[in-house]
Design a protein around this ligand. Structure first.
Ligand code: ELE
Length: 237
């Protein structure tokens, strides 16, 4: 059989019994920039810099007071960028980010309370997991796309390869400690749907408003992602 490259689309595999609760809105990129924005008024410039570099999704972390305003601004003013909310720790955060216009949410971990609240909401949710047991709990709660965090300190590519055997129906978004150098190796894994990280939006570039640098970093990441299409019939829809 001739292997054709899988489309560069982040949604998890159609052949797996994919729980709907993690089903992301459609976007092209398999690289998710993770951003802590100090100022909401930088959000639109940042969004255009990423789009120009080929990235059409973002994770705005709830680590700064500006985060909700930035999500709201992007949802309203740059609908072509799919805006997700990260560092969602409590059920109230889920409600706040949904009301601000986030199209999906992610967490660095998962608690039974957060899983139950997310399961009861329509907002697609990617819980964070750091062990097979946590992945099994999240799957039991209906989530099939999980954030492996912090991916590199936990074992990186080797960890995800090890999980692929016993947990074949799960897909992951490894995040934490990943840079351009490791991106291709992660994206080539059949159980990796997309990769998150802050390396595309360095704090120094954000502070300086160096949008050209961010566009360059986004382009580099997209080039690596395009070259690292997973084997046919594996990770992507
Ligand atoms: O805030 C969250 O919700 C997180 O899960 C943590 C972030 O995703 C990582 O801090 C990004 O990791 P780096 O690419 O190593 O900077």
């Amino acid at each position: 059989m001739t292997a054709t490259p899988a489309p560069a689309h982040a949604t998890a595999a159609p052949h797996a019994p994919e729980p709907q609760r993690s089903q992301l809105p459609p976007f092209r990129t398999r690289v998710l920039p993770v951003v802590a924005l100090a100022r909401a008024d930088a959000a639109v410039r940042l969004a255009h810099a990423l789009l120009e570099g080929g990235i059409d999704a973002i994770e705005i972390t709830l680590r700064t007071p500006a985060a909700l305003a930035a999500i709201e601004t992007l949802a309203r003013q740059v609908p072509e960028l799919v805006v997700g909310a990260g560092t969602v720790l409590r059920p109230a955060d889920l409600v706040a980010v949904r009301d601000a216009g986030a199209r999906f949410a992610l967490a660095p971990g998962c608690t039974p309370t957060l899983l139950a609240a997310a399961a009861a909401m329509r907002l697609p949710f990617i819980p964070g997991v750091a062990s097979a047991s946590e992945a099994m709990l999240a799957h039991e709660a209906g989530f099939g796309l999980l954030k492996c965090f912090p991916a590199v300190p936990l074992g990186g590519v080797e960890l995800l390869k090890a999980w692929a055997g016993p947990l074949p129906e799960l897909r992951f978004c490894p995040t934490g400690g990943i840079g351009l150098e490791q991106l291709g190796a992660f994206l080539s894994l059949p159980n990796v749907a997309l990769v998150g990280g802050s390396w595309i939006t360095p704090a120094a570039a954000l502070d300086l408003g160096d949008w050209a640098r961010i566009t360059t970093l986004a382009r580099q990441a997209c080039a690596v992602a395009a070259a690292a299409a997973a084997p046919l019939g594996t990770a992507q829809a």
